[in-house]
Ligand binder design. Structure first.
Ligand SMILES: C[S@@+](CC[C@H](N)C(=O)[O-])C[C@H]1O[C@@H](n2cnc3c(N)ncnc32)[C@H](O)[C@@H]1O
Length: 335
């Protein structure tokens, strides 16, 4: 925020003067407080408003102008997802609910042990919680699955076969340690799995909720989303499987399952199926969008390329950010 506003103030004082408000939606109380403090220290308090709320729950109308810019960088990966298993017998979708480990299996619920991964050897401690499954009822999950199927079919009709979402990730992997290679099953787009009604799928229901919230709080905003389309390293099996990571004594520890670490101690990060997100956005907002690799997007700005190129000539965007994409909802006729 300080960098964005500082740049605008120095490079374009007139536009800075026209800026009415920079709103930060931040779910974490500690980070919201830190942002407010940083704005004050940088002399920007009169421009910045920090709203300590989930962006998915915002009820107020923040802006109805086309001159509102919504920037969500590495936010999608942290949003809630719903885990669904397609029962191989009837291909019906069952949604996971997390319960205490000693909870009995209630009527209507089922256990699908194949939906979990067993770690090699004994886990450090038995998980305090477990998953039980019941037939999908949640309308948000149904809507999300409908969108994913539509996205997949729309893609199939126009361009077959659908390419990997990895934007040349294979060549990047070839130059890195094999431990970074995604585990089989970790990189499949959720839409493909829902369309095929197979296996375990982590549905981006939080992303759908976010788009619905934006329709209310900033319906005409020019949106920029940037995030990971695939996550390197160990991920949970299943389409759109997350990486589960915690920091123990300063060292990053990868977990086999989100139920393994102690509750609330690990970061759970999901890849984004950008094709599906784009389909969803176009359908809901009826606006043109551009989907590009982050490197492809950044290449248009020579000063960014110069500022992110190492002394040996390596352009870091093509090395460290090859697994990220940007979705930009374009509006060309600004007021
Ligand atoms: C990985 S950080 C990215 C921050 C920043 N965009 C950047 O590039 O440095 C993700 C941020 O999103 C916030 N966040 C996660 N879920 C949110 C939600 N539902 N509503 C608002 N903020 C959220 C987190 O607390 C965190 O500050």
């Amino acid at each position: 925020m300080v960098d964005v506003l500082g740049h605008l103030r120095d490079a374009s004082p007139r536009e800075f003067g026209r800026l009415t408000e920079y709103v930060i939606l931040e779910i974490s109380p500690a980070l919201a407080e830190a942002q407010g403090r940083r704005a004050a220290e940088a002399g920007l308090a009169d421009k910045v408003r920090v709203v300590n709320e989930s962006a998915l729950e915002v009820q107020e109308k923040i802006s109805h102008s086309r001159n509102c810019f919504l920037i969500a960088l590495e936010v999608l990966d942290n949003l809630p997802h719903d885990k669904v298993v397609f029962n191989p017998e009837d291909r019906w979708a069952w949604q996971a609910e997390v319960m205490p480990a000693d909870h009995p299996v209630l009527p209507g619920y089922r256990d699908f042990p194949q939906a979990r991964r067993s770690p090699p050897g004994t886990p450090a401690r038995p998980p305090s919680h477990k998953e039980l499954f019941y037939g999908v009822e949640d309308p948000l999950i149904h809507k999300c699955m409908d969108f994913l199927v539509e996205a997949q079919e729309a893609w199939d009709h126009k361009h077959a076969p659908r390419p990997s979402p990895m934007w040349g990730f294979d060549s990047w992997l070839a130059s890195h340690e094999t431990m970074l290679r995604p585990r089989p099953g970790g990189a499949h787009p959720a839409s493909l799995a829902v369309w095929g009604k197979s296996g375990v799928v982590y549905l981006p229901t939080g992303q759908l909720k976010l788009l619905r919230a934006i329709q209310k709080f900033a319906p005409r905003a020019q949106c920029i989303f940037a995030d990971f389309d695939v996550l390197p390293g160990p991920v949970m099996p299943g389409a759109n499987g997350p990486s589960v990571r915690s920091v123990v004594a300063g060292e990053a520890v990868d977990h086999w399952d989100y139920l393994d670490p102690e509750f609330g101690t690990a970061d759970v990060m999901f890849p984004t199926d950008f094709y599906a997100l784009r389909y969803c956005f176009n359908k809901m907002f009826g606006r043109p969008t551009a989907l590009e690799s982050t490197a492809g997007f950044m290449r248009r700005f020579p000063e960014v390329v110069a500022g992110t190129t190492a002394r040996d000539g390596t352009w870091l965007m093509e090395v460290d950010f090859l697994n990220t994409s940007m979705l930009v909802a374009e509006v060309r006729d600004c007021e």
